[in-house]
Design a protein around this ligand. Structure first.
Ligand code: 5GP
Ligand code: ZN
Length: 117
């Protein structure tokens, strides 16, 4: 379940500090250390999965609480109606740097047409 060498597992455990904004039984959310927008939150499952590439029919439901948290946090941060973006970066060419599945929630400024986060 936990991966001892994983940064985001350590953040979930609390052994690496983070600016936590939300937690449930299944997910943990904290502010990105290098925010690319006024609101830039990372939403992670407490269970260690490396990336979206590990999702299959049996575990796809793990994504539901990530999206629920994104909507909750968009509302809480005043960007639900203004607009926001959710992004999974997956594997090297997808720009993934940390190999623990995470959903970026970005907003608070016009994000433009580019898909990049
Ligand atoms: P990725 O490129 O893997 O989709 O995104 C990883 C994100 O994690 C980056 O936006 C980066 O700024 C953020 N990040 C990396 N290390 C830390 C950290 O120690 N704490 C926090 N809060 N964010 C981090
Ligand atoms: Zn992990």
């Amino acid at each position: 379940m936990m991966n001892k060498s994983c940064l985001f597992c350590k953040i979930v455990e609390g052994t690496v500090p983070s600016d936590k904004v939300y937690e449930t039984k299944e997910v943990f959310a904290f502010r990105d250390i290098h925010p690319k927008a006024p609101v830039h939150i990372l939403i992670v499952p407490k269970i260690h999965l490396t990336s979206l590439a590990e999702i299959h029919e049996k575990n796809v439901t793990i994504l539901n609480p990530l999206f629920l948290a994104a909507v909750h946090l968009a509302k809480e941060n005043g960007i639900l109606d203004r607009g926001f973006r959710t992004v999974f970066n997956c594997n090297p060419e997808g720009g993934q740097m940390v190999y623990h599945l995470h959903l970026h929630l970005l907003g608070g400024r016009p994000l433009g047409g580019a898909m990049g986060a």
